[in-house]
Design a protein around this ligand. Structure first.
Ligand code: V47
Ligand code: SF4
Length: 371
């Protein structure tokens, strides 16, 4: 396999010596530098990138493709922020909602007992505080002690921790004691400060996002990382984002997975920005897999990219398709994703993975195989 890749790189006249040099580094398991990552975006042919990403995927995860039985709860869409790409908050969608604690608990208890993970994320509600969210976690833990709760994006956490006048470490430790098991990857968007100010200037800064994740890892709370791509960002800004994540991961090892999130342009203030092509999506997955050599997992979030693209992504470095979801999230259906009611049965998940010649593995939140 490794020999074949070098031959492809050298045998194709379009591929420069520099690109084949990068390929050989990847084959040897060496780290790709920022300038080399940029070159992959600018000059890498999709087939070439796919082969390299596949090599890294196999090295890290063999033939496994993971999924999880999960569901989401979006407690509210009332938000203090006004991100231009957001179709979800009450500023842009036609509806607004605030679930009560009882309504949330009802949703939790309605799930089958073999569901293993709950993902809670929503808008930054002006009136809710860390104690409200802490008590919510404690009640969920009492109701369903074995459910892994992955909750609150760093943007929500930043607001509630600052509002309580706590330090990052203190705030996270409190939430952990209430039942916070891990943190989802949302709110990262794009770290480049200038572009971040343009598309989501009211939101927590990149530095705050990174600090919260790094501190969480130090407290033994793992997390995911995301990047919103395919809007106004350039390739250098994508590499800058990946580089900042790679540096945190070098220090902590606390990120479970990286999830590139494709910008969807329906019903938001950035509807004039065209969505990028499938080729660009697959390049993004492949280069993420090649660049983030210290991340174990690359996830394609199927409600965002659609089922068919998620399947194809398994040949571009992806080893995780997220989960069954159970029609519990609106973030992407409001932004124009194909699945208006995202739900996937375990047998559909297994079929989707098997059809792509991968071995389906039902996982827990730490990527252990579930019996
Ligand atoms: O931060 C919002 C994104 C994120 C749009 O950790 C949009 O396992 C595209 O982070 N087009 C929230 N993206 C969702 C999220 C997530 C999803 C699935 C799994 C995990 C995980 C995390 O959704 C936001 C933002 O980047 N988003 N609007 C849009 N129009
Ligand atoms: Fe609020 Fe999140 Fe939407 Fe930004 S992306 S407006 S923080 S709900």
């Amino acid at each position: 396999m490794e020999k074949q890749i070098i031959q492809i790189a050298l045998g194709n006249v379009v591929i420069s010596d520099i690109l084949s040099g990068i390929a050989q580094k990847v084959v040897r398991g060496e780290r790709v530098l920022p300038a080399e990552g940029l070159l992959l975006f600018e000059q890498g042919d999709l087939g070439f990138l796919g082969k390299l990403a596949d090599l890294v995927r196999v090295r890290k995860n063999g033939n496994n493709a993971y999924f999880i039985r999960n569901f989401h709860i979006e407690p509210t869409n009332i938000c203090i922020n006004k991100c231009k790409f957001c179709s979800y908050s009450h500023h842009f969608s036609k509806t607004s909602w605030e679930l009560t604690v009882d309504e949330i608990l009802e949703k939790v208890c309605a799930q089958e007992t073999n569901v293993s993970e709950l993902h809670i994320t929503g808008a930054v509600h002006p009136d809710r505080d860390i104690y409200y969210y802490g008590e919510l976690l404690a009640k969920i833990r009492t109701a369903r002690p074995h459910l892994h709760v992955k909750a609150y994006s760093a943007v929500e956490l930043d607001y509630m921790i600052k509002k309580a006048g706590l330090g990052v470490s203190e705030g996270l430790a409190y939430l952990k004691s209430c039942g916070l098991d891990s943190i989802p990857g949302g709110g990262a968007e794009i770290f480049d400060e200038t572009l971040r100010r343009d598309i989501c200037g009211m939101k927590s800064t990149a530095a705050a996002w990174l600090e919260i994740h790094e501190e969480a890892h130090r407290l033994g709370i793992p997390s995911n990382a995301t990047m919103l791509y395919g809007h106004k960002e350039n390739y250098a800004q994508r590499i800058d984002h990946l580089e900042r994540l790679r540096q945190v991961q070098d220090r902590t090892g606390g990120f479970n997975a990286f999830i590139p999130l494709k910008f969807r342009n329906s019903n938001n203030e950035m509807s004039d920005v065209r969505e990028v092509s499938v080729t660009e999506d697959m390049k993004m997955y492949a280069i993420s897999r090649i660049y983030l050599d210290n991340f174990s997992h690359l996830k394609a979030y199927w409600p965002a990219v659609g089922r068919k693209l998620a399947q194809v992504s398994l040949s571009f470095g992806v080893d995780d398709l997220d989960g069954t979801i159970n029609d519990s999230t609106r973030i992407y259906s409001l932004a124009g994703a194909e699945d208006q009611n995202p739900v996937m049965s375990v047998s559909q998940m297994i079929a989707m993975i098997t059809e792509s010649n991968r071995t389906p593995v039902e996982r827990d939140s730490y990527y252990n195989r579930r019996a």
